[in-house]
Structures are given as structure tokens and as C-alpha cells.
Write a protein that binds this ligand. Structure first.
Ligand SMILES: [Zn+2]
Ligand SMILES: [Zn+2]
Ligand SMILES: [Zn+2]
Length: 330
């Protein structure tokens, strides 16, 4: 995440701010500018109260461009806190997709609560379903423990599920099956059977030589989605470190020359080695900082050489899409 600046007084602002705590100026997030701008008569998103949305309303209606991507949501009065948490995670997601140059055309979200009906978090042809109960700490932590996962967050779900959509865009529609299969294996393997086997048995003890998570080992589609999510984890966290001047014995994080705001990492292929050289010492240091506070590791994962090769492949496709004309994906 970038750092932001008050347009009136220059004070440091954060992505979630709706006013400057130093000078009181009302601000909102402008998607076209990817910046916090003075409200100055602009309309706030109609979800400002219910979802804590600090984005400026779009041209077309009462909602901002990000909230407008939500196709289904609970009725007013149902699961409001969880809905607000999900929308907050989604704003971070959409901001990062914009930063990476990945178009969001074709993606919609169904935000539903499994407390009211049967809901399975997942993706189908651009429709992303998120179980809002994942925003309830007691529920999410219970599921995490039952599945023996080292990490489970709402933002992680959004990044994983949207990864399935970008597989369709960057691999399927772009005809890059051969390149994909060389790195991830053959996705024509029976998906339902693969998931059944995954949930029925114990993971291969050597899974972390080839996969970033045990779930990634279930099927090449899940491996891609997990790897895509990790690319977003790493890019966001390295960008945040750059924005706040945090460097841990890694190489300098060079701002992208075309970046409209500071701290966007380079996104060409050459940037990948630099990204990893920055990320590995940074993640180790931040893990230790977390342990100092009695928290679990921030990044409880190992990036083995095979996993890095997968990340490099996904990064190259994302970077290619980001360099294409706005609105197109090569
Ligand atoms: Zn200010
Ligand atoms: Zn909004
Ligand atoms: Zn998945």
C-alpha cells in the first residue's frame, strides 16, 4: 500500500482515512487519481455509513466504483459489521489491482453470510462469493485451526478468489496453457476428485518444496490462485515498506518511473529478483517483530525455489497485463 498525503496540509494519511486528523479537511479516495483528495463538493459513496467506505462516488450512481462491484449483499441490519469488514478488504484488493494494471471489468462480488444461508467462498466465471462469516474472528479462527492453516484472512480470501478470475483472463483466454502447465502441471486433472483427495488425506510431507501451501497442492488451479494471492501479499507488503522507508538489509526499492505516487515497485520482469531480494529479509524481520509482541508470524510461509518459479511466472503475466493499454489484457 502507498502512503497518502493530506491535499490541504501535507500531513501523512492512510488509505482508510476520511478526514485529516491534523487540519480537519474532509478527504475521500479518488480511484482515477489513486489518491486521497479533498471532498470539496464531491459526493461520498452511499456506503460511507454502513460500510465505512471513504471512496468518492462514481459518475454513474450513488456508490463508488468498488462498492458497485458488489452484486449481492445482506439486507440492511443483517451482518453489518462483517459486511463492512469485507468491503474494507475489497477496497484494498481493488486499489492493488489498479496499481498492478489488472482491469476489474468482468468481476462481481456476492457477499453473503453463512449465518443466514449455505455459503461457499469461491469463484465462478468472474463471480466471487465471499462468506461474510470469515470476517467474524471467532468463526475464521476456528476454521483456520480445524484446517491447520498457518494463515487465514478476509483479504487473503479476496486475493485467492480473484486469482481464479485472472487465470481465466491471463492463461485461458490468452491461450497460455502450455506455459502454465510447464510450471503448475495439467489443470485438466479432475477438479472435484482432486479436492476430495485433498480433504481426505494428509499432505505429502515434502509439500513445501513445491507448493506455497498444502491447499495449493490440491490442483493446479488452486496452486495458481494461492500463488497469485502470495504475489499480491508480497507486492503489497514490499510497497508498504517502501512507502514508509523500511529497508531490512535488502536492496533499495526503486519507485516505478511512471508511478503517479511514491513507492510503487518496478513491475517489469527484471523487478522480480529485486522484489524477492527485498521480501526475504523484510519478511524474516517482520516475523520476528511479530513474535516480540506475542503474535504469530506475519508471513508464515517458505518460498522454495519451485515456488519462486511459480511466483515469477504469475508476476510476468501480471506485469504484461499491466503494461498493456488500459482496459485490455494481453
Ligand atoms: Zn490536513
Ligand atoms: Zn464505496
Ligand atoms: Zn480456490
Amino acid at each position: 500500500m502507498r502512503s497518502f498525503t493530506c491535499p490541504a496540509c501535507g500531513n501523512l494519511l492512510f488509505f482508510e482515512n476520511s478526514s485529516c486528523l491534523a487540519c480537519g479537511t474532509a478527504v475521500g479516495y479518488s480511484r482515477p487519481d489513486r489518491a486521497l483528495v479533498a471532498l470539496d463538493g464531491r459526493r461520498r459513496c452511499a456506503n460511507a455509513a454502513i460500510a465505512g467506505c471513504n471512496w468518492i462516488a462514481g459518475d454513474a450512481g450513488p456508490l463508488c466504483d468498488c462498492c458497485a462491484l458488489t452484486r449481492t449483499r445482506p439486507a440492511d441490519g443483517d451482518a453489518e459489521e462483517a459486511f463492512a469488514r469485507a468491503e474494507a478488504a475489497k477496497r484494498r484488493l481493488v486499489h492493488q489491482l489498479d496499481d498492478l494494471g489488472l482491469p476489474t471489468d468482468g468481476v462481481v462480488f456476492d457477499l453473503l453470510s453463512s449465518e443466514a444461508e449455505h455459503v461457499v467462498t469461491g469463484h465462478a466465471s468472474g463471480v466471487i462469493t465471499i462468506d461474510l462469516a470469515e470476517g467474524v474472528d471467532s468463526h475464521r479462527e476456528a476454521v483456520r485451526a480445524r484446517l491447520a492453516e498457518p494463515y487465514r484472512t478476509l483479504l487473503g480470501h479476496f486475493r485467492h478468489e480473484v486469482g481464479h478470475w485472472y487465470w481465466e483472463v491471463l492463461v485461458e483466454r490468452a491461450g497460455r496453457h502450455d506455459g502454465f502447465r510447464a510450471v503448475f502441471g495439467d489443470e485438466r486433472a479432475d477438479y472435484q476428485e482432486a479436492l476430495r483427495e485433498h480433504y481426505a488425506g494428509d499432505p505429502d510431507p515434502d509439500w513445501n518444496r513445491s507448493y506455497v501451501s498444502t491447499y495449493a497442492a490440491a490442483h493446479p488451479w488452486e496452486d495458481w490462485a494461492e500463488t497469485f494471492a502470495h504475489l499480491l501479499h508480497v507486492r503489497d507488503t514490499v510497497q508498504t515498506a517502501g512507502a514508509y522507508g523500511v529497508l531490512v538489509a535488502g536492496r533499495a526499492i526503486a519507485p516505478h518511473p511512471d508511478a503517479p505516487v511514491d513507492a510503487e515497485p518496478a513491475e517489469d520482469g527484471a523487478g522480480f529478483d529485486e522484489l524477492v531480494d527485498t521480501w526475504v529479509p523484510l519478511s524474516r524481520a517482520v516475523n520476528q517483530l511479530n513474535r516480540s509482541m506475542g503474535k504469530d508470524d506475519l508471513y508464515p510461509f517458505v518460498l522454495a525455489p519451485d515456488v519462486l518459479a511459480k511466483l515469477r511466472f504469475v508476476d510476468s503475466l501480471v506485469a504484461g497485463a499491466g503494461r498493456a493499454e488500459p482496459g485490455t489484457v494481453r
